[in-house]
Write a protein that binds this ligand. Sequence first.
Ligand SMILES: [Zn+2]
Length: 217
Amino acid sequence: MPLRHNQSVYPEPVERLIDEFTRLPGIGRRSAERMAFHVLKATEEEAMRLSQAVADVKQKVRCCSICFNLTDVEPCAICTSPQRDPSKVLVVEQARDLISLEQTGVYKGVYHVLTGRIDPLGGVEPGDLTIARLFDRLENPEHNSGGVKIQEVILGLNPDLEGDTTGLYLADELAKRGVGVTRLARGLPAGSHLEFASKAVLADAIEGRQAMKLDDV
Ligand SMILES: [Zn+2]
């Protein structure tokens, strides 16, 4: 008898696992099936390690209360490191950008993660991001990492329309607050994304950062 449409050939729990895997980015049905079979073949201990890792990410990882980096300690290890200079704050759109920049090993200041970028057409306003918390760190040094006054804000936004819109807004607001503003050197091709740039390009962009003028965005 032919299978009815929608009727799975897998036991229900396996089908449910395949279903969950297909929700992952870039995973189609075939890959999800292979992953589910991998779990089926794994020892119980291996499979539980996977399930525990997923649970831990949701239960233990939070945003740092100072810089909004992802962390399992509060404040994050970058904000509390004695090797870092908290008078320099590099502003990025998302934690993935921070990780790409950290991998260069060049930057020794701290960060501020905006958790997005200004996108008026997409309905994202400055108030939807962590911008007010950045200004708070600036105006109240005791709220900055290490209680140190911020001397330089480096804009590390993606070189595309929304990144430029966000950069222009921040440069304007930061200038009003009297802090030095620089931005990463324009070694990154327009429309590219920080998180996919090579370490060498990012290292050059950090070291060659330039003073931000309001008319050059
Ligand atoms: Zn932090």
